[in-house]
Design a protein. Structure first.
Length: 548
């Protein structure tokens, strides 16, 4: 606390408020996504824009632009109007990325569909978004997409065309490009504003049906650009993207961060594979690698990890869920990622709100989620009163600025539940803003454990348990308890399945450093955690499994 002097003598000033503003000397971009891609093509026509390692296909920026234009003309020839919704239900592949830029170029709204969705979920999205044209893979793992679409199509009256990647129906789509001229594409682009909606992403709700976060050119282009600026991307960077394009992590922080800087996107596999990811980094001399914490854990623990040449790496992004400090330290030390960055955000904010910087020390890059991104405001408020709290006090994190979504598609009531009258997005995350202006996420409001009247943040216990020699990964949950209201359970993936830690070993480890009421009373050994496709652990499933 500081002091100020008045006529009557020194008076203690109020503690600093939990408010951050990401000041910047670089202005926001006013481009559409298509216009920004045109700038990259003009500046770097012969530099590689996209490499698909599985198929061996490559595109320079000039070639990628031509493929995007062909697909844009095909969609226009197929009758897609400005504002029409075009669904993309596919694993990571070059056509996914082309669809992202082609729909942007003609003002269509691309709707991302989770590759793991089953029939009733796909039916919901097709109808809720009003998708008229669907672009899809032939399948994913055990899912036959064509069979699933055939199952629901009769209940989706707005769906008039489906085209499958790698199928004759895809060639039929591209044939429509011959009916549309470049002049017609240019005329459509001239009608577009950077504030137009361009993308709908369905958030993985824990109850009920997901909500369609609607994002504009301005939202996602600027977020990708400033994420890339923060890790100092240039046209010389090559970004390995094993995270799904379906999510903001892949399509914004990956694709748009790359193309807005003339960098190259490297696709290591259709879906995450630890070995394929490390192979792609080595073969393509990638300078940046993305992943959620569980991906980095899988790569570090891969047999033969030390045999991969990762010397080309300098940076990367770890995000999607809380990033354990011990894992971050190993990524820096063992993967050559000295400038790796932590990002925090959510789909509704395009997604990144805070990010660590290249010159941050290890403590800030392992113990925080960074500072506010340029042009973004962040504050921590009392979840009940909405009043901004002093620094160091936990509360709900809110964010405001260019990144906040336009709203949930056709759901104004649900939009009003999370965006207040001041245009602050209420994240539902519990956070602390430190005196140095760095933010720490301490949990979800819904994940907070209340044991015997004490508020317990699972993240604190998880971070501590990552240091246990027998713990590879851990999630802490609260389960009902007759005496205390809730009791603490540590769900552990052991380093050695043959020698898992016992409840007493975990308790003994915790007693020396944690208050008694934070010590887990139960340890449950698991092989894996239930996950969303974007890499978030579904704690609600863990609570349901171990509540008895």
């Amino acid at each position: 606390m500081t002091t100020m002097t008045t006529r009557s003598g020194p008076v203690a000033a109020a503690p600093a408020a939990s408010y951050l503003h990401g000041t910047a000397t670089v202005p926001l971009l006013g481009d559409t996504v298509g216009g920004n891609l045109d700038r990259a093509i003009a500046a770097f026509p012969d530099r590689e824009a996209l490499v698909d390692v599985p198929s061996g296909r490559r595109w320079t920026y000039g070639e990628f632009g031509a493929s995007v234009d062909e697909l844009a003309r095909a969609l226009l020839g197929r009758g897609v109007a400005k504002g029409d919704r075009v669904g993309i239900w596919a694993v990571n592949c070059p056509e996914w990325m082309m669809a992202q830029y082609a729909t942007a170029r003609i003002g269509a709204i691309m709707v991302n569909i989770n590759p793991a969705y089953r029939a009733h979920e796909v039916e919901f999205v097709l109808n809720q978004a009003g998708i008229s044209v669907l672009l899809a893979s032939l399948g994913h793992r055990t899912s036959d997409y064509r069979a699933l679409v055939d199952e629901v199509r009769g209940r989706c009256p707005g769906l008039r065309a489906v085209h499958y990647i790698g199928d004759p129906s895809w060639d039929e789509l591209l044939a429509y490009a011959g009916e549309v001229t470049e002049t017609q594409i240019a005329a459509r682009e001239a009608e577009l504003s950077c504030d137009d909606p361009i993308n709908i992403q369905y958030t993985s709700g824990t109850t009920g049906f997901p909500k369609g976060a609607t994002l504009s050119h301005h939202n996602i282009l600027n977020n990708g650009y400033f994420v890339g600026e923060t890790v100092a991307y240039t046209e010389h960077d090559r970004i390995c993207v094993p995270v799904p394009f379906y999510h903001c992590f892949g399509m914004v922080m990956g694709n748009l961060a790359a193309t807005s800087h003339g960098a190259c996107v490297v696709i290591p596999a259709p879906s995450f594979d630890a070995g394929a990811t490390l192979h792609a980094v080595e073969r393509e001399r990638c300078t940046s690698l993305y992943g959620v914490p569980t991906m980095f854990i899988a790569e570090l623990d891969l047999p033969g990890f030390a045999s991969y040449d990762l010397s080309s790496l300098r940076t990367g992004i770890m995000a999607g869920s809380p990033c354990p400090a011990e894992v971050m330290k190993r990524v820096v030390a063992e993967m050559n990622m000295a400038e790796v960055s932590i990002c925090y955000g959510m789909t509704e904010t395009s997604p990144v709100s805070t990010q660590t910087r290249r010159d941050d020390n290890l403590e800030r890059r392992t113990g925080t989620v960074g500072r506010a991104l340029p042009h973004i405001e962040v504050k921590v408020v009392d979840p009940v009163t909405g009043v901004t709290l002093p620094r160091g006090v936990p509360g709900e994190l809110c964010t405001r600025g260019y990144s906040v979504m336009l709203g949930y598609w056709n759901e104004p009531e649900r939009t009003a539940e999370v965006i207040d009258a001041g245009r602050w997005m209420h994240t539902g995350d519990l956070a602390v803003i430190r005196e140095d202006g760095y933010a720490q996420i301490v949990g979800r409001i819904k994940d907070m454990i209340i044991r015997g009247g004490e508020n317990i943040y699972p993240r604190e216990i998880e971070e501590f348990l990552y240091g246990h020699p027998k713990v590879a990964d851990v999630q802490v949950i609260g389960v009902p308890d007759a005496r205390y209201g809730e009791e603490i359970v540590a769900c552990v993936i052991p380093r050695d399945p043959a020698d898992p830690p016992s409840a007493e070993e975990v308790a003994e480890y915790c007693r020396e450093r944690l208050a008694h009421y934070k010590v887990p009373r139960r340890v449950e050994i698991v092989d894996a955690f239930p996950m969303t496709v974007s890499g978030k652990v579904r704690k609600i499933e863990l609570r349901e499994r171990f509540a008895a």
